[in-house]
Design a protein. Structure first.
Length: 462
């Protein structure tokens, strides 16, 4: 494949933009009204595809982008369940099976009151390119429910998961669609979901869900993989700039699965994480976050970061109602939720000398904030590259399930490291190849898109 360079290339790219991308984006807005997060995710990808569409007119002729913006299948279903008092509740469940060009639909389930179709579609759309970047044979999908697990007993969570799976099971299968966790869905929920799937189908189909417990088909290092992978990617970005994480001050937002293991890996690599957060506010600990205490509060007690400040004593303070982005740091890792870091936060980080930002969460950085980082020369890694370690390790879990094998932690972590380096390098070289050196957003979008588009061309009009 050849790519034209210089001014001819940029002229071709802007022709592709006005001829193909602008009308297509207008059509996406028209057909998916009110789905603002989905619009944002599509726009961010479309904005970067001009050069590849100019270089590969066959992608335009086959209407690859139009087809990618329309999910292969969208499921919306009722989830009735009863609480511990016998009161009945009705939630809405979703599964959006976006693209199966590269493998079975793969992507997590989110249980959070904010979940709606637009959020699930934004996450599913991102997942297509992320999964392609891993180099593993997995398509893109996402799901969830507008259920709020906060404050619910284990028995209530179990009844909800069972009701959710009673409908969803008919759409799943290790060769069809393989969900995993996301916000509000961790090991406990995957256990209840798997149990119900097994009961209904009468099959011990280990590969139908990932994020399982280690004793029953789960993979070592899956819990750690998203956070670890995000820090590995950051480390690679710094390496190409002749720098490292050693001795750096880091801000992490969130204190869930991704955040906790981003903190762990950053500490292993010699950095000091001075702040983390939850939806109640952030905690600043100048001595560095005490990870043992944080895990105890978050993973065992299901508590808040405000409890951390109280139990840590003198070195930690809790700042209610605010994200952690005004704390001076060298590296920022947003690991909580979408659009949690806006333009004003980005300006504060840049003023304080931030050098690298990597998205552990999906789309946590607003478009204006991404621009601020890029204009200031900050190394910026989009989530579809930086947090792909989680789904990549899910694919490793599927491999182990298929071969009825189980690998050691060290072996799996080494594979993860290799995969994150591969993702970094392919984003880096693709950005260079298409005339945007150092722009990981361009690199990730085009590298992921090319792989999916090639498969779609080969598989015909479906
Ligand atoms: P968890 O549920 O384990 O943790 C989520 C964290 O984010 C909690 O600390 C939560 O605080 C905080 N949070 C959630 N919503 C908000 C909000 N509106 N404002 C402020 N803080 C909020 O989820 P994960 O760690 O699994 O997921 C975090 C992000 O990473 C999501 O964007 C997810 O899509 C993404 N991701 C996750 C992967 C995984 O393997 N788990 C893989 C790839 C991406 P609180 O408890 O107060 O709600």
């Amino acid at each position: 494949m050849s790519v034209s360079t210089g001014s001819a290339a940029s002229a071709n790219a802007s022709t592709a933009e006005s001829r193909v991308i602008e009308p297509l984006y207008a059509e996406v807005l028209r057909r998916n009204q009110g789905e603002t997060e989905f619009h944002q995710a599509v726009r961010e990808v479309l904005e970067t595809l001009g050069p590849v569409l100019a270089a590969r007119p066959e992608f335009v002729d086959a209407r690859i982008v139009e087809r990618l913006c329309e999910p292969e299948r969208q499921l919306i279903f009722r989830v009735p369940w009863s609480d511990d008092n016998g009161d009945i509740h009705v939630n809405r469940g979703f599964r959006v099976e976006f693209s199966s060009s590269l493998g079975p639909y793969k992507g997590g389930l989110r249980f959070h009151p904010s979940v709606n179709l637009g959020i699930v579609k934004f996450l599913g759309f991102e997942q297509i390119f992320k999964n392609a970047l891993t180099g593993m044979p997995i398509g893109g999908g996402k799901g969830g429910a507008d259920f709020d697990p906060k404050g619910r007993s284990d028995a209530e969570i179990m009844r909800f998961c069972q009701s959710f799976m009673t409908e969803l099971h008919r759409h799943l299968g290790e060769y069809t669609d393989v969900p995993a966790g996301d916000i509000g869905v961790g090991g406990r929920e995957i256990g209840y979901l798997f149990g119900q799937y097994k009961r209904i189908t009468n099959r011990y189909e280990s590969g139908v869900l990932t994020g399982k417990g280690l004793g029953w088909g789960g993979a070592q290092a899956r819990t750690e993989a998203t956070g670890y992978g995000c820090v590995m990617f950051t480390s690679e970005m710094l390496r190409v700039r002749g720098e490292s994480l050693e001795g750096r001050r880091i801000a992490v937002s969130g204190s869930g699965n991704v955040a906790v293991y981003a903190i762990e890996k950053a500490q292993q690599l010699g950095a000091t994480v001075v702040t983390c957060s939850d939806s109640g506010g952030h905690v600043v600990d100048e001595k560095g976050i005490d990870l043992g205490l944080l895990k105890e509060i978050k993973e065992r007690d299901r508590g808040r970061v405000s409890d951390y400040a109280e139990r840590r004593g003198g070195s930690a303070t809790f700042v209610p109602g605010k994200g952690p982005w005004t704390v001076p740091v060298d590296v920022a890792l947003p690991c909580a939720t979408q659009n949690e870091l806006d333009e004003e936060d980005a300006l504060a980080l840049v003023r304080n000398g931030v050098k690298a930002v990597a998205e552990g969460a999906n789309m946590p950085t607003s478009p204006g904030a991404v621009r601020v980082f890029q204009e200031a020369g900050v190394a910026f890694a989009p989530g579809k590259a930086a947090n792909a370690g989680g789904v990549a390790t899910s694919a490793l879990e599927m491999q182990q399930n298929a071969s009825r094998d189980s690998w050691s932690f060290a072996h799996t972590e080494a594979r993860l490291e290799e995969i994150m380096r591969h993702i970094h390098d392919s984003c880096h070289t693709t950005a260079e190849r298409y005339g945007s050196p150092g722009n990981y957003v361009v690199g990730a979008n085009i590298a992921g898109f090319e792989l999916v588009a090639e498969a779609m061309l080969a598989q015909g009009l479906i």
